[in-house]
Design a protein around this ligand. Structure first.
Ligand SMILES: [Zn+2]
Ligand SMILES: [Zn+2]
Length: 181
C-alpha cells in the first residue's frame, strides 16, 4: 500500500488521525520506534529521507492499535496532542542530527584526509550536501507545520526555546534555515 504522507500529515493537522497502514480513523494511535526498513512507510518523517526504502535509522512510527499489535510495534498510546508532541520532538531530534552531521560527523562518515579537515561538506561532496540539505529543508517545513498546529489551538509548545538554539547553531555554521525570524 502506497502512503501519501503529505495527505496523511494534512489529515493529522486537520484533526483526524488516520492509521497509515489500514486507513482507519482513530482517536488514539500507538507511537513507537523501529529500525526496520519496512517500517519506513509508516514513519511520517521518512517521507523526506533518502532513499527511504532502505532507511535503517531509528524512526518514529505511528499505527492504530490493531496494526501496532499485528506488527509487534512497542510503543505508547497517545491522543492527537500527544502524537503532535511526539512528532515535534522527533522532528527536533532529526534536525539536531542533521546539524551535527553538517558540523562534524560527515568527516568521519566520508573518511576524509586529515589535510582536508578545513573543507566544508559542500566542497568535499556536493551531491551528499544537496541530499542532506534537502532532508533538512524537509524537516524544517514539517517543523513549521507542527508548530502552526500548536499555535492554531493555543496550545503550549513544549520546550519552546529549542528553536532559537537550533537557529543560532545553524547560522553559526553559515547555513540557511526556515526557522529563523
Ligand atoms: Zn491500522
Ligand atoms: Zn527514514
Amino acid at each position: 500500500m502506497q502512503i501519501d504522507w503529505q495527505r496523511a500529515i494534512n489529515e493529522i493537522l486537520s484533526g483526524e488521525i488516520c492509521c497509515p497502514r489500514c486507513g482507519a480513523l482513530v482517536p488514539e494511535v500507538v507511537v513507537g520506534y523501529s529500525r526496520a526498513a519496512s517500517a519506513s512507510q509508516f514513519a511520517p518523517l521518512c517521507q523526506g529521507c533518502n532513499p527511504h526504502e532502505e532507511c535503517d535509522a531509528r524512526k518514529l512510527v505511528l499505527l492504530c492499535e490493531a496494526c501496532a499489535h499485528e506488527l509487534r510495534l512497542r510503543g505508547r498510546k497517545v491522543n492527537q496532542e500527544g502524537m503532535m508532541v511526539a512528532l515535534l520532538e522527533e522532528c527536533r531530534r532529526n534536525l539536531e542530527e542533521s546539524l551535527d552531521y553538517l558540523a562534524e560527523y560527515w568527516r568521519e562518515d566520508l573518511d576524509i584526509d586529515p589535510e582536508d579537515m578545513d573543507k566544508r561538506l559542500e566542497e568535499a561532496d556536493p551531491e551528499l550536501f544537496t541530499q542532506e540539505n534537502a532532508w533538512r529543508r524537509y524537516l524544517e517545513e514539517q517543523y513549521l507545520k507542527f508548530h502552526h498546529w500548536f499555535r492554531e489551538r493555543s496550545l503550549r509548545i513544549p520546550n519552546a526555546a529549542w528553536r532559537s538554539e537550533y537557529v543560532e547553531e545553524i547560522v553559526a555554521l553559515s547555513y540557511e534555515t526556515l526557522l529563523g525570524d
